[in-house]
Design a protein around this ligand. Structure first.
Ligand code: NOJ
Ligand code: CA
Length: 728
């Protein structure tokens, strides 16, 4: 496939060749507002820059890679015979200088495609492309740079053609630069090869070095990537109000990229996640790297409206997608996260021996939530209120002692605890028209999971489960690998493609942050890869967290954020847990609109919803799939307000989440149809609401509105609002 692409590209190059020597190559975006330039300097180092509305947003920045020099051949003795282990070709590590521009080719694309699910029915993919063939004479090697300039920014990738002097090689480091033009404000989390579960820090670029060590969790067993390294998607704002976002798209068969900030030169340089050997990627040509993306706009809403990440991914590879559907679910989950009940069956740990426990002989703790009776209660609640599915965690054997095992495998994904009757639950759920979501905690033992995968997926199919929440808690087994290295990234994708064979949808937690692969594999309906609602039960997310996530984590794809917590005082769930969910009740409703995802959980327990049925109505009504999305106002760290039109009706839904200062939204309904009337239900914070002191104070009222209606809506500190709008 890739071979064909290369052949095509090169043959076109030779026909329309525009050999420019050292002349600068320039490209404009379709609307002309962006301009990029590319050249090689006197040492043959390729570099690019990007301008927006006449201003430089990325200054001259070098491109290239350093390859790993292979080890010398050495002699070994087996059976009295001598063998020479041959060294592969010396790869001449320099793949970043000594280049000349051999050829270049410009092309354009303007197409509209339809995602299986998404923020809008039709997505426009409109860009101008520049391909540059670079020749490195000293090593007789070729590198292709591919740039795409959209009306919302620039993307580029490296392409390594199949060639005589480059077949197999190992990357030592990618040396992609992003030179900044000022001391921007940035919203960042520390570079870490194993987790994105951090609170965001807002700081000037020049303060990253000083603040970063403090941003690393003091007890973290994770691996900080360096004292000035941050993760993507990185959101920035310049002093003159330009919004710049750096991320990547289509990360396949490649390690995840972090960004190392070089303060002296005010630039970011790529830093790839190493594998257990410290290597950064085993490559066989022809090969295309992930895209490096620079989304730029004059407002926060421009960034949220960009479709760059999806557009850079390949079209859907699953032929029959009729089985892939958005999922609204409840689950046996919050109970355990808050400490009210347990995943494990027994606390008589002396009766437990990994892989060999006879649970029929173990003494039940009485706190095991995933028991048949309790799960049936959840199924009843789901059926009554129109939820698609119920997630059950802690259904399978092994939870007594599962964390951090590197020698013994813990879970086999097919053995239920004695009080969880898989067959009875299946029949009960089917009789009520409710689907079940399976839970596979892999304990980060990726090889063990791969080994059990076919059986585990078949077990799901046999028992009526069409979606799985998987998890990768703890250090990756095999030892030394990281959560975002090349082959672990391949593992996640392997699970998704295999799941597709079984018509299973996947929601992986602790897996790599998304890069838009859900376009190609839309059975990937969710991911965690950031601090989700569970952190509200572990002390609390910062109040402004949900105003930042759309600019960072969600740039790569949907998140299983698990909103919908109505009882924010966790001690009411579990007396020893004094965490407070840092939100008003109404803001929890808004998140179903502001945190776009085809997979949405109502995470609180049924008893808490029963206390607030009038507010719960919004969660029941809100759709998960959209015709259109309108980004009304958005400022990272302050507020995000979005209106979305249901994919299957004429109804609209609006959500707004705001920070600890509260906010007044000047709302104009001009996104509605001309000459139409709508009945709108408003869910607002009461005048005295406050996330900390009065979170459950809200008002619900109805009002007839039209396109011409204008209103001011006040959100409480840590609050927001939600509106459902029905055409009459
Ligand atoms: C962490 C996940 O984020 C959480 O949702 C899950 O319940 C636990 N791991 C157990 O797998
Ligand atoms: Ca703020």
């Amino acid at each position: 496939m890739k071979k064909t692409f290369l052949f095509l590209a090169l043959s076109l190059l030779s026909v329309t060749a525009n050999a420019t020597g050292a002349d600068v190559l320039a490209l404009n975006s379709p609307d002309g507002r962006f301009k990029m330039q590319f050249n090689v300097n006197q040492q043959g180092r390729p570099f690019y820059s990007l301008q927006f509305d006449g201003k430089t947003v990325v200054d001259d920045s070098f491109l290239g890679l350093e390859l790993k020099k292979e080890v010398e051949g050495k002699q070994e003795t087996f059976d009295n015979s001598k063998y020479t282990i041959l060294a592969p070709i010396d790869h001449k590590p320099n793949f970043f200088s000594g280049f000349e521009i051999k050829n270049s080719l410009k092309s354009s694309k303007d197409e509209t495609w339809q995602p299986v699910w998404g923020e809008e029915t039709d997505i426009r993919n409109h860009y101008n492309e520049l391909q540059v063939e670079l020749y490195q004479k000293m090593n007789d090697r070729t590198l292709l740079m591919i740039f795409r300039l959209f009306d919302y920014g620039l993307a580029f990738r490296y392409f390594f053609p199949d060639q005589k002097n480059l077949t197999y090689f190992i990357i030592k480091e990618e040396k992609t630069e992003f030179a900044m033009t000022g001391d921007h404000t940035a919203w960042w989390i520390p570079g870490d090869f194993d987790t994105q579960e951090y609170a965001y820090t807002k700081s000037k670029l020049s303060d990253i070095r000083q603040l970063l060590p403090g941003a690393i969790k003091p007890n973290s067993s994770q691996t900080p990537a360096g004292p000035t390294c941050v993760q993507t998607a990185l959101m920035m704002k310049t002093d003159d109000g330009i919004y710049v976002n750096l991320h990547e798209a289509a990360c396949i068969d490649y390690p995840t990229m972090h960004l190392n900030y070089i303060e002296e030169q005010n630039k970011f340089v790529s830093l790839l996640t190493p594998d257990a050997m410290g290597d950064k990627g085993y490559i066989q040509t022809p090969f295309a790297t992930p895209w490096r993306t620079i989304i730029v706009g004059k407002s926060g809403t421009d960034i949220l409206a960009s479709r760059m990440t999806l557009n850079l991914n390949e079209p859907c590879k699953i032929e029959d997608t009729s089985w892939i559907k958005p999922v609204k679910y409840i689950g046996v989950w919050w109970d355990m996260i808050t400490g009210r009940s347990h995943w494990s069956y027994t606390n008589d740990f002396s009766s437990v021996k990994i892989g060999q426990t006879d649970y029929t002989k173990a003494k039940p703790s009485g706190k095991h939530a995933a028991n048949t009776e309790n799960v049936k209660r959840y199924i009843d609640f789901a059926a009554k209120h129109g939820f698609d599915a119920v997630l059950v965690e802690g259904w399978n054997q092994g939870w007594e002692d599962w964390f951090g095992h590197e020698k013994d495998f813990v879970f086999d994904f097919v053995s239920p605890y004695p009080d969880f009757d898989v067959k009875a639950v299946h029949e009960y759920a089917a009789s009520k028209g409710v689907k079940m979501i399976m839970h596979h905690e892999t304990s980060a033992s990726t090889r063990n999971y791969e080994r059990h995968l076919d059986k585990a997926y078949q077990f799901m199919v046999d028992n009526g489960y069409n979606a799985v929440k998987s998890g990768y808690v703890g250090n990756i087994v095999p030892h030394g690998e990281h959560h975002y290295s090349q082959w672990i990234n391949n593992h996640y994708l392997y699970c998704i493609t295999k799941a597709a064979d079984y018509h299973i949808m996947v929601n992986a937690h602790e897996a790599v942050r998304p890069t838009g692969l859900c376009r190609t594999y839309p059975n990937m309906i969710g991911n965690e890869s950031a601090c989700g609602t569970e952190y509200e039960a572990f002390g609390g997310n910062p109040v402004d967290h949900t105003t930042i996530l759309p600019f960072t984590r969600l740039i790569g794809g949907p998140m299983d954020y698990t909103p919908g917590i109505f009882e924010t005082d966790i001690s009411k769930m579990s007396p020893d847990n004094d965490s407070k969910v840092r939100t008003t009740l109404v803001r929890q409703l808004a998140l179903y609109v502001t945190m776009y995802s085809p997979l949405q959980m109502a995470a609180d327990i049924p008893e808490n919803y029963e206390r607030f049925m009038d507010a719960f109505q919004f969660i029941k009504d809100v759709p998960l799939d959209w015709q259109k999305s309108v980004y009304l106002e958005a400022e990272p760290g302050d507020y995000v307000t979005i209106a979305r039109k249901d994919k299957n009706s004429e109804n609209w839904f609006v959500g707004s989440t705001v920070d600890e200062n509260g906010h007044t939204t000047n709302l104009s309904f001009d996104f509605l149809d001309d000459n139409a009337k709508y009945e709108a239900t408003f869910y607002e914070d009461a005048a005295d609401a406050h996330w900390q002191t009065n979170p459950q104070a809200y008002k619900i009222y109805k009002k007839t509105i039209t396109k011409k209606t204008k209103m001011n809506i006040k959100s409480a500190p840590g609050g927001g609002f939600a509106i459902s709008i029905v055409k009459v």
